[in-house]
Design a protein around this ligand. Structure first.
Ligand SMILES: Nc1ncnc2c1ncn2[C@@H]1O[C@H](COP(=O)(O)OP(=O)(O)OP(=O)(O)O)[C@@H](O)[C@H]1O
Ligand SMILES: Cc1ncc(C[n+]2csc(CCOP(=O)(O)O)c2C)c(N)n1
Ligand SMILES: [Mg+2]
Ligand SMILES: [Mg+2]
Ligand SMILES: [Mg+2]
Length: 339
């Protein structure tokens, strides 16, 4: 069905119909000039926004519409997680190519509903316009955090350990598979193995629980999420904290399937972890005395936290990469829209 058959308001009704119910925090939801939301006293509101543009962040041959809906929210939920906060309310703006089918947008919203249910997030509004350009999805997300407790990029101190959650490099591996891997021997692997690679790229799971555990630990001194790649993210922490980070490439947590796929492509998966981006894991620093206890706390929650380096000098801002017995300056190279 084309959108002109139902009009702008018919489309809004259909999309909103795909969403789940709200919760008691929504005082005025979709339908009025603006939404009204309530937050517990003693909390601060955390606000983030990110855009996804067809041809830049996705293509119809790299992601299905339902996963795209999921990922559009996941990238913003990840920023909320990187503050140690909980996601609460989202507004979604769409610039839609005129010929796009209504069914595709309904699938997109089914994916939005999936992730909202998973992370207790409610869509409270949005905007729609037509465009002669590509599909653009803009998500603004509000989260909630105990007042004064937000985890920043700026608190790393010499002596702290550098860590990352989960595994890294999987999203770039998944994208590489979509672009080059479908004709390789990896495609004959079981559905689960190929599916895992695709999931890293198409349905990254934002690390909200990890962010909350780090906040509760009281030992996390800086935190960032991995959207552009570890090289870029670690440099942001170094710069804002005024310190030098030492990153040990051999300690990077890489998923087995990612290692195997990289070997088959004769590529180095460490490059995906450092420069690929879109893993939406959390990278940060932690007081050394608390690292083991926090690792155990993560394990108890079926999550992982891996120490990948340490913070050394104050003033000497930057990141040193230790790899194959050599030390290099790790430049903030990674995904850069105008780089
Ligand atoms: N157009 C803009 N106007 C005002 N502030 C902006 C604009 N674009 C980015 N910023 C701000 O710059 C900072 C860095 O933004 P950036 O988008 O790099 O962070 P991020 O969302 O964590 O990374 P990514 O976009 O790779 O997910 C944020 O505080 C963001 O709000
Ligand atoms: C078709 C296609 N080509 C390339 C990429 C890779 N990519 C696009 S944006 C980005 C960084 C995060 O974006 P932002 O900084 O805007 O949050 C990355 C790693 C992709 N996902 N799909
Ligand atoms: Mg951003
Ligand atoms: Mg971020
Ligand atoms: Mg972001």
């Amino acid at each position: 069905m084309k959108i002109r058959e139902i009009g702008e308001f018919g489309l809004i009704d259909k999309l909103v119909g795909r969403l789940g119910p709200g919760d008691e925090s929504v005082v005025v939801g979709i339908g009025d000039d603006a939404a009204v939301t309530a937050y517990a006293s003693g909390t601060h509101v955390v606000t983030t926004t990110d855009m996804l543009v067809e041809g830049v962040h996705f293509r119809t041959d790299t992601i299905d519409d339902r996963s795209l809906g999921y990922k559009s929210l996941a990238v913003s939920i990840s920023d909320i997680a990187a503050m140690g906060a909980r996601p609460r309310h989202a507004v979604i703006s769409l610039a839609i190519p005129v010929e796009m089918d209504v069914e595709r947008l309904e699938d997109l919203y089914a994916g939005v509903a999936d992730i909202c249910a998973e992370f207790a997030t409610v869509v409270v509004g949005g905007d729609i316009t037509k465009t002669s350009g590509p599909l653009v999805i803009s998500v603004t997300l509000l989260g909630e955090i105990e007042a004064g407790r937000a985890l920043l990029r700026s608190g790393a101190k010499p002596g702290d350990l550098l860590f990352v959650t989960g595994t890294v490099g999987g999203s770039a591996a998944g994208l590489d598979y979509l672009e080059h891997g479908r004709t390789t021997a990896f495609a004959t692997r079981g559905e689960a193995e190929v599916g895992q690679l695709l999931q890293f790229h198409q349905r990254p799971r934002p690390q909200v629980v990890a962010g909350r555990l780090l906040l509760e630990s009281g030992a996390c001194t800086s935190l960032n999420d991995v959207s552009d790649g570890l090289a870029s993210e670690c440099n942001e922490i170094a710069k804002l904290s005024g310190v030098r980070l030492e990153l040990d490439a051999e300690q990077l947590p890489l998923h087995d399937g990612v290692r195997q796929y990289a070997a088959l492509r004769e590529l180095d998966p460490v490059q995906w972890a450092l420069f690929g981006g879109e893993d939406y894991q959390l990278v940060g620093t932690i007081q050394p005395t608390e690292a083991q206890r926090t690792e155990a706390l993560f394990a108890k929650n079926s999550l992982s936290l891996t120490v990948i380096g340490r913070v050394t000098a104050e003033q000497s801002v930057g990141v040193t990469l230790h790899y194959a017995g050599q030390a290099h300056e790790l430049k903030p190279k990674g995904y850069n829209h105008f780089g």
